[in-house]
Design a protein around this ligand. Structure first.
Ligand code: ZN
Length: 315
């Protein structure tokens, strides 16, 4: 048992329940929800509340909002959404891929200080505290600026004991570079979750990550580059190999975002067509796939419970 920060205050890990470990309540860009809310979908709050109510009705208890400052984090919106729906939401601090040029030269210790403030005191002048640290690297591997953030995450982790989630590019095995830096900083890798790991079907690579002690975010569903079925087959292989309690299935799905006609992510209607289940895709579709593949009811029902709880408890 451990106590972690939810956006509405302390939360006992015993009460996490069914937890989605990588989602987005509202995704935009730094400052947009505060300064240019008219760029967001109209009625974005209704959409958020509706999505969370549906999730709750389907048995989802907790959602990790993987939205950092550069993804347009607004903790007031997130806290209101949690208050109105009763879904526990855990906010994160750290940085995604959009590191502006004016921050080049800021040291790991400087970044660590502000991340620690987000965890210990509160985010953006509120008393809403972060419960996770997040970093990111993609196709280009770990860039120098991302390396600074990684070291900052490690140092903030050492001061706060809050775990680390990493956006990664699994087809390029970028996790190997990310973990090398965290190891240099002395992080126990069982406090790290490697996300977007189901963008690859390379079980050998994923097993290597797990063997470092990490948790795996199998958190792109339905996903775009690999079929949902192939993602679930990979999950089944990892379950069969004995890693069921270290897996974190989720969607990386945003309930609301910027209203952009020309968005490469497609229109809202196209997104809903691709995933009419929202935050219930894993429960409705992926769990059915696993049952069909012969995974026992007991294991299926433990999947979004044990992994998340173990990760937060640091076991
Ligand atoms: Zn994400």
């Amino acid at each position: 048992m451990a106590t972690i920060n939810s956006v509405l205050g302390p939360l006992d890990t015993a009460n996490l329940g069914f937890t989605l470990m990588h989602e987005h309540i509202l995704v935009a860009s730094a400052g947009v929800p505060q300064d240019y809310p008219e760029l967001l979908e109209s009625k974005y709050m209704d959409r958020i509340v509706d999505g969370l109510n549906k999730a709750k009705g389907g048995g989802i208890n907790t959602v990790v909002d993987a939205t950092t400052i550069d993804l347009g984090r607004d903790v007031n919106i997130v806290a209101e959404a949690s208050r109105r729906t009763g879904v526990n939401i855990i906010a994160c601090t750290g940085w995604w891929l959009d590191i502006p040029r004016f921050l080049i030269g800021v040291s790991p210790d400087q970044f660590a200080q502000v991340f620690i403030r987000d965890i210990k005191k509160g985010i953006a002048g509120t008393d809403i505290k972060a419960g996770l640290l997040k970093g990111a690297s993609d196709m280009a591997g770990v860039t120098p600026a991302e390396g600074v953030i990684l070291r900052a995450l490690a140092r903030a982790h050492h001061q706060t004991n809050v775990p680390i989630m990493l956006h990664s590019y699994s087809p390029g095995q970028v996790g190997r570079q990310q973990l090398a830096i965290l190891k240099e900083e002395g992080v126990d890798l069982k406090r790290v979750k490697m996300d977007h790991s189901n963008d690859t079907t390379d079980v050998e690579y994923l097993t290597w990550i797990l063997e470092q002690g990490c948790y795996l975010g199998l958190d792109r569903y339905p996903g775009q580059t690999t079929s949902s079925q192939a993602r679930t087959k990979t999950m089944k292989a990892l379950i069969d190999a004995g890693y069921k309690d270290r897996l974190c299935p989720s969607h990386d799905w945003s309930l609301a975002r910027v209203e952009a006609e020309g968005s490469p992510l497609g229109s809202q209607e196209e997104r809903e067509e691709r995933n009419p289940h929202g935050y219930l895709y894993v429960k409705n579709v992926v769990f059915a796939q696993l049952r069909e593949m012969g995974v026992s009811e007991e294991i299926v029902n433990s999947l979004c419970v044990n992994g998340p709880r173990n990760f937060f408890e640091g076991v």
